[in-house]
Design a protein around this ligand. Structure first.
Ligand code: NAD
Length: 384
């Protein structure tokens, strides 16, 4: 693979993180940076700096531009980059409204440039593993996802663009799209409806919001997000309830997941053979305690017949004879996993540039789909 020259527009918190992570990659060199604020630039050799991003996009040697500015600017900058013949990696959210997101997609189609959304969760090996096992049917049908995310606001003073809906779109659009996309990635299903509720700390700070979403096939999801806590007290859990498995992911960059799953010989070996898995117990279903009815409860009707190795759940019959519990855990810290994810996200763009038949993991359409859910739920919350 040849060496690719990368430009970064928007050199705040995340732009710098990308730069540091991408500096560790072969075949990649960040050679140009733009930010409105010149003092945010940390002088380094071989990197040109511009306060006007329009000068950066005119550089003939730049192959890919990462757009890491506040969300309301993504459409204008992304379109200009592609019109100038640059491939783009666009930070989430794709845009702050559907019309802008569709314009970006239209521009990609017109110009033929490679364009992706930086949905880093799709590159997290733990999310990827759960998606693969879900696709293989190891957990049965996914019925429910519940996201609880308590984020810090210490670095988000009241005047920060994050709180301005015209600049960020609000919490569901700016932030929850990551988690909405995890659902779409793990178990794609057509959207039926999305509603929302919110609470404003004061007229300028919408600091708690929730989306309730229904998909075809009976998948219910909820996304609760608050930006109100000190950083050390941040927490995120994502609970996935399938017909024959419960999974609880931990961390805003998920690093580990507890799992409780009904298995047969084949599905058991698919899980046990995974190097990330550590088993806690394997119990025959016939020996499992069933506390759904306390002792002494009368039987009101005869239960539906199933064979010894079968379990009925969600109206379906699954082959299973044991209950396996354990944990999937990624090696490495949040910092390491996060940096690996942003490297993989950029590597995906480069693979597509090198080989047009390469299938992108985070196409712009995934950004549009999660934005649609976020916009519906946000509008509903604001009209509540
Ligand atoms: N994928 C992820 O995991 C992830 C994580 C954090 C942030 N983000 C996204 O990255 C983007 C930036 O977030 P951040 O936290 O770095 O914000 P930030 O405020 O720290 O940085 C944004 C920078 O963009 C600069 N900027 C704004 N308008 C500009 C313009 N027209 N030209 C040049 N520079 C301009 C600002 O001066 C600022 O330095 C947002 O879309 C955010 O949602 C993504």
């Amino acid at each position: 693979m040849r060496v690719f020259n990368i430009g970064i527009i928007g050199y705040g918190g995340f732009g710098k993180f990308l730069h540091n992570a991408w500096n560790q990659m072969d075949h990649v060199q960040v050679t140009a940076i733009s930010d409105l604020n010149a003092s945010s630039f940390l002088h380094s050799d071989n990197v040109r700096f511009f306060t006007d991003w329009k000068q950066l996009i005119e550089l003939p040697d730049i192959d890919v531009i990462a757009i890491v500015t506040e969300p309301s600017t993504h459409k204008m900058i992304a379109k200009a980059c592609m019109d100038a013949g640059k491939h783009v990696l666009i930070e989430k959210p794709l845009a702050i409204n559907i019309a802008d997101a569709e314009e970006i997609i239209h521009c990609r189609d017109e110009t033929g440039m490679v364009a992706v959304i930086d949905f880093i969760m799709r590159f997290n090996p733990l999310i990827h593993l759960i998606q693969t096992l879900t696709k293989q049917g190891v957990f049965g049908v996914l019925r429910r996802v519940d996201v609880e995310n308590y984020a810090q606001d210490e670095q988000l003073p009241p005047e920060h663009w994050f709180w301005d809906p015209l600049r960020s779109g609000g919490i569901l659009i700016e932030h929850a799209v990551h988690f909405i996309d995890i659902v779409h990635f793990i178990s794609p299903a057509k959207l039926v409806a999305a509603h929302g509720f919110k609470h404003d700390r004061n007229p300028e700070q919408e600091d708690q919001i929730m989306a309730n979403v229904l998909y075809e096939g009976g998948l219910f999801t909820t996304h609760y997000h608050s930006f109100a806590r000190p950083g050390f007290f941040e927490s995120t859990t994502i609970k996935l309830s399938y017909d024959i498995a419960d999974i609880e992911l931990h961390g805003w960059i998920p690093l580990w997941a507890n799992i409780n799953v009904l298995v047969n010989e084949n599905t058991k070996s698919a899980i046990l053979s995974n190097p990330l898995f550590k088993s806690k117990s394997i119990v025959p279903i016939l020996q499992a305690t069933d506390e759904s009815r306390p002792k002494g409860w009368g039987i009101s009707s005869t239960s539906l017949e199933t064979n010894k190795d079968e379990v009925r759940s969600g109206g379906l019959i699954y082959q299973a004879d044991e209950i396996l519990t354990g944990t999937f855990r990624l090696p490495g810290s949040k910092q390491e996993v996060y940096a690996d994810c942003v490297r993989s996200s950029l590597a995906d763009v480069l693979s597509k540039i090198e080989n047009t038949s390469h299938e992108l993991l985070a196409p712009l359409e995934s950004g549009l789909r999660s934005l649609e859910v976020a916009v519906l739920a946000t509008d509903s919350a604001r009209n509540c």
